[in-house]
Design a protein. Structure first.
Length: 439
């Protein structure tokens, strides 16, 4: 009986710990910046009308910003009136906890969509970092108090990109890494406590051609020599290679690795960079992969360390079959999934990640944004339709779909988020929460 009681206590304790385990989504593309949740126990097939709607929240303003979820709160942003705002909502019911002014509001340049911030807040401890469409970057406490702010245009001499700043900044150790795109500040590392500059990186010089890079110039204006300043629309990832930590990011005209120590350019790969590059790079299975729509394409490079200590990027393959616009890409069991196509439309494509070979294409899964949780891909089509997909190298397998209520006429560009048994989708000022936990 004593043995039985002891085992029962252990079971109850382990059950309690499991029940309290959090599967938050504290930044752009989740905890590991790969758009994959670590959560298990989710629905593997959806009911005919989709998973149940738990709650909906309104009043978060116009914009395409994503959601960060941490410690019972949802953080997002939007334009309301003459300002852009950051909002903190209750994870349980979507009620507003606080809101704080981020900066200016309004449309930026050649806008084809409504005004508003585009980035996702980054939650790091008791701090929150977020930038609006004009490059106004602010650090708040998670209770809504402003700690510090900087302005990419005023403080770094940058120019606002044609469609506004869209980056979701990266917190790494004691640094906050971001991409002003200025001539002497392609990337900058800021002290995340006070916003002071730790280092600035120079703009990589674009190569005219390279045998290592397939002899292609890449996106629009390919083949031009010389530095080309300007920010693109993607977000940074941090990787470790041969004992060297580096940040991988798109600049205006190239994909490059930057030293985490001092911001120096370690390597670059031009062919995958176009004037409009939105998708976060991927580092997996020994390859760095990047993609852009319009004049670009997708390509993978393998990094190697030379005798002199320099890092070399050698092209493994380049493909026009993965021109990913804004929806992101995910690697599962050696297969790369992503929607190919620019504003002319597109559909889901599956490639072999190591070779670039097309495994299948499916028009029933239209162009949109991807996330993954518990062995299922979540595709949010630009039309607003949500589709659940079982990853499979051989064929397309759909496990459910539904259309959201109260759909606006705007393209559904905010990426879906899966956290703590819930699916979150945003449509401008509307946030919807669905229960996707297996019962």
């Amino acid at each position: 009986m004593k043995h039985f009681a002891f085992v029962l206590v252990l079971v109850l304790l382990s059950t309690s710990v499991f029940a309290q385990e959090s599967f938050d989504w504290p930044q752009w593309q989740g905890p590991d910046r790969n758009a994959i949740s670590r959560e298990r126990g989710l629905l593997q097939t959806w009911p005919e009308k989709g998973p149940p709607l738990v709650w909906k929240a309104k009043g978060i303003g116009s914009g395409m910003g994503g959601m960060a979820i941490s410690k019972g709160r949802i953080y997002t942003s939007g334009d309301v009136g003459d300002a852009s705002w950051v909002f903190a909502l209750k994870e349980s019911n979507g009620e507003l906890i606080w809101k704080a002014k981020l900066g200016r509001s309004g449309e930026v340049g050649m806008m084809v969509t409504p005004s508003g911030p585009r980035g996702t807040p980054t939650v790091d401890g008791d701090r929150l970092y977020l930038m609006n469409q004009y490059g106004e970057l602010v650090c708040f406490t998670t209770e809504g108090k402003e700690v510090w702010r900087t302005d990419f245009v005023k403080d770094f001499g940058a120019a606002v990109p044609t469609w506004g700043y869209a980056e979701s900044v990266l917190a790494d150790g004691d640094k906050l890494i971001c991409s002003p795109g200025a001539p002497n500040a392609a990337l900058v590392a800021l002290n995340k406590t006070n916003g002071k500059v730790i280092w600035r990186s120079e703009v990589p010089t674009r190569k005219s051609s390279s045998s290592d890079q397939g002899g292609r110039g890449g996106g629009r204006g390919g083949g031009n020599r010389g530095p080309e300043a300007g920010a693109n629309y993607a977000s940074i990832i941090a990787i470790n290679f041969e004992g060297v930590r580096q940040y991988v990011q798109f600049t205006a005209k190239t994909l490059a690795g930057f030293s985490a120590t001092d911001g120096k350019v370690l390597w670059q790969y031009d062919p995958v960079a176009a004037n409009i590059t939105c998708s976060t790079p991927i580092y997996q299975d020994g390859l760095v992969f990047g993609s852009s729509a319009y004049e670009g394409g997708g390509g993978a490079v393998k990094l190697s360390k030379e005798a002199d200590g320099k890092i070399k990027a050698t092209e493994v393959y380049f493909t026009n079959h993965m021109r990913n616009h804004h929806g992101g890409m995910i690697v599962v069991d050696g297969a790369l999934y992503g929607a190919a196509g620019g504003n002319e439309g597109g559909f889901l494509v599956c490639l072999d990640f190591q070779t670039g070979q097309v495994l299948w294409r499916e028009r029933q899964a239209p162009k949109g944004s991807l996330a993954m949780a518990d062995g299922r891909l979540y595709l949010r089509a630009e039309s607003g339709t949500m589709i659940l997909i079982e990853p499979n190298r051989e064929k397309y397998i759909e496990r459910g779909r539904f259309d959201q209520p109260e759909r606006t006429r705007e393209q559904a560009w905010p990426h879906p988020v899966i956290a703590n048994g819930k699916l979150y989708i945003r449509d401008q000022g509307l946030l919807l929460c669905y229960d996707v936990k297996k019962k």
